[in-house]
Design a protein around this ligand. Structure first.
Ligand SMILES: [Zn+2]
Ligand SMILES: [Zn+2]
Length: 351
């Protein structure tokens, strides 16, 4: 379990609670529900039919009767929730009818297989974004803009302090750090979430610098990324009992193992963390890290504003984060935007 760096962050803004109810979507205790198609999107609890945006644990949860996701999401979701779950999948862009609703998946650019879900009921179109990122990422499908009447947007990084640099710059910073550590004869232990971020970091590594190792939580996703076209360096999975010389190497591991015995092998390592939260002053210091790399799989402030505007949606609901600042800004611009509560909770996000 990783602590959310912004958890308990004092909010001077008023938290609004708004629910959604129209012919396409309504808020229910388990999450967003489409009455015309009788399905939920990224639900909690146990529902008969879940339509899932992506395989992160705060979206694709175990316990539902059946699942529908994108084709490239399916093998990742199976790893996460179990091989025996009933999961059907669709290629991006293909429309199907579920009851009275027309449903299709469109790339969200967040991690491999991540989708925005477009739902059309009697000519009204709503899009549920899931997590998304309009910036370039060589390890997943490029974000696709979908015009709609209503847009449910995530807002994980919905504050103007969050502005990302191009990923090439971050990859360069990581390689530079690795080269420096290798020169000093020290391993580089870089924490990155096991699904999405770890693969994105791997794709940017210069493997002339040394051997790359990965934690067992990162490893099972790699073949699916490669099958989907991501170019990743050769890696060795760190196994119990095996001994390697790690001194010049890069080791990618999930932040959950940061304080565990697993990291003992790498006692002399310099430690880094790749996450959008590294943009928060003090987050790196609190975690006792040598370096923080600001690499996020979510839209930054400008990205959120650009996408929301470009959808031309008449109604905007923000969720999955602290949406007060974004809502206030959009309202000042004349948008019909409110915070949607109950459809997303903070704290268990994998970013
Ligand atoms: Zn996610
Ligand atoms: Zn999420």
């Amino acid at each position: 379990m990783t602590l959310h760096p912004l958890k308990g962050f004092p909010s001077t803004l008023i938290t609004q609670t708004f629910f959604l109810k129209n012919e396409v979507l309504e808020s229910r205790i388990q999450g967003l529900y489409c009455p015309a198609g009788d399905f939920f999107i990224d639900p909690r609890g146990n529902v008969p039919r879940a339509v899932v945006t992506h395989a992160h644990s705060d979206h694709g949860r175990p316990g539902h009767g059946s699942y529908l996701c994108s084709d490239t999401c399916k093998p990742l979701l199976k790893i996460r929730i179990g091989q025996d779950c009933r999961i059907e999948s669709l290629p991006f862009g293909k429309q199907i009818k579920i009851g009275e609703a027309i449903v299709s998946f469109h790339p969200a650019g967040h991690i491999l297989g991540s989708a925005q879900i477009r739902i059309e009921v009697r000519g009204k179109v709503w899009v549920v974004s899931g997590d998304y990122k309009p910036q370039a990422d060589q390890t997943c499908e490029a974000f696709e803009l979908v015009k709609c009447h209503g847009y449910v947007s995530e807002c994980t990084f919905g504050l103007p302090v969050y502005r990302w640099q191009p990923e090439q710059m971050i990859h360069q910073q990581i390689n530079h750090w690795w080269a420096e550590n290798a020169r000093d004869g020290r391993p580089s232990l870089l924490f990155a979430y096991s699904l999405g971020k770890a693969q994105r970091v791997l794709a940017g590594l210069d493997n002339n610098l040394g051997q790359v190792f990965v934690h067992g939580a990162v490893y099972p996703f790699l073949e699916h990324y490669e099958r989907a076209g991501a170019r990743l360096p050769a890696v060795i999975k760190v196994e119990r009992g095996q001994d390697h010389d790690f001194n010049q190497s890069m080791i990618i591991a999930p932040p959950a193992v940061e304080d565990s015995t697993w990291t003992r092998k790498f006692r002399s390592a310099r430690k880094g963390f790749a996450s959008g939260w590294m943009a928060v002053r003090g987050a790196r210091r609190r975690r006792n890290l040598d370096r923080g790399f600001i690499l996020s799989d979510h839209a930054d402030w400008d990205g959120l504003l650009e996408v929301i505007k470009a959808t031309e949606a008449e109604e905007i609901k923000v969720t999955h984060g602290n949406g007060d600042a974004l809502t206030r800004y959009l309202q000042e611009q004349g948008s019909n935007c409110t915070v949607l509560d109950g459809a997303g909770i903070r704290g268990e996000e994998e970013e």
